[in-house]
Design a protein around this ligand. Structure first.
Ligand SMILES: Cc1cc2nc3c(=O)[nH]c(=O)nc-3n(C[C@H](O)[C@H](O)[C@H](O)COP(=O)(O)OP(=O)(O)OC[C@H]3O[C@@H](n4cnc5c(N)ncnc54)[C@H](O)[C@@H]3O)c2cc1C
Length: 245
């Protein structure tokens, strides 16, 4: 796409860029997020979805991407654009509990290979860079000592534990389990409720506002079994507890 068209469609001045994060219905109820961002004369659009969801829902990645590109909010932004390149890549989002052994005799594992991805914050590049830096510093020490056994190389893991890399991974240790357990609620039900709330809030329908609020509150308890609501509250508390404590 040419620069002027991008600037006009994304409401940008020269030198500015835009990024949009996409979640909810456009991911077809699967656990994942989409993104769109501008470059000087191109637009990047993509999404990340868990492999289990793709398999369970029988989608191939490009099929979801094609549907995202046809979404009424996205299609006008890329209308007439020419495809320059595309790719698919696994993002190892297993989280803290799935991190493999990161060092051994003659080996240090960094970045994606070590499952060092903080999916909630969309961070992987920085964790790869910092783990690579720490591994390189450890390698220099090993070279100076001429000792490439795990006794020296495992300094890498000790330093990584002190850095934000493993601290952040630990902070979100329960995230994936909880998201998988409550994904339908958080990615479908509550998003519909938020839409429903704002639909009510902005409707001019001659219904007293108080009635609208109470109808909405009541629906939270009657739409589903009350146990579902309790499970969501417990999941949220468990998640916040493990993040903050
Ligand atoms: C769609 C998508 C969106 C993402 N968005 C973000 C984001 O917004 N922010 C963020 O921080 N991270 C993001 N990431 C994650 C980020 O890209 C990775 O975490 C990061 O690139 C990992 O770096 P790495 O060096 O460990 O691995 P890689 O970048 O995968 O590098 C490994 C390299 O090794 C090469 N290689 C593999 N096998 C061999 C071999 N046998 N011999 C020689 N070379 C080999 C590969 O070709 C590759 O170049 C995203 C990833 C994807 C797929």
């Amino acid at each position: 796409m040419d620069k002027d068209t991008i600037n006009q469609r994304f409401n940008l001045k020269d030198g500015e860029g835009a990024i949009g994060e996409i979640f909810g219905g456009a991911m077809l109820g699967m656990l994942g997020l989409g993104f769109i961002y501008t470059n000087t004369d191109s637009v990047t659009i993509g999404l990340g979805i868990t492999l289990n969801d793709l398999v369970e829902n029988n989608y191939r990645p490009f099929e979801v991407l094609e549907q995202l590109k046809q979404h009424p909010k996205i299609a006008p932004l890329i209308e007439g654009a020419e495809l320059k390149e595309y790719s698919a890549h696994l993002i190892p989002e297993g989280g803290y509990k799935k991190i493999p052994k990161l060092c051994d005799n003659g080996v240090m594992i960094v970045g994606d290979a070590g499952m060092l991805v903080n999916n909630l914050h969309w961070e992987g590049t920085n964790l790869a860079m910092i783990s690579g830096k720490i591994a390189a510093e450890t390698a220099v020490k090993a070279l100076n000592k001429n000792d490439f056994s795990k006794r020296t190389l495992c300094d890498y893991e000790k330093c990584l534990k002190k850095s934000f890399v493993l601290k952040d991974m630990y902070t979100y240790r329960n995230l994936m389990d909880i998201f998988h357990q409550r994904q339908k609620a958080f990615l479908s039900y509550y998003l519909q409720k938020i839409n429903g709330f704002f639909d009510m809030f902005t409707s001019v329908d001659c219904v007293p506002k108080k009635e609208g609020y109470w109808k909405f509150i009541k629906s939270l308890f009657t739409d589903r079994k009350i146990t579902e609501l309790l499970k969501d509250i417990c999941a949220l508390i468990r998640l916040l507890w493990s993040i903050l404590i």
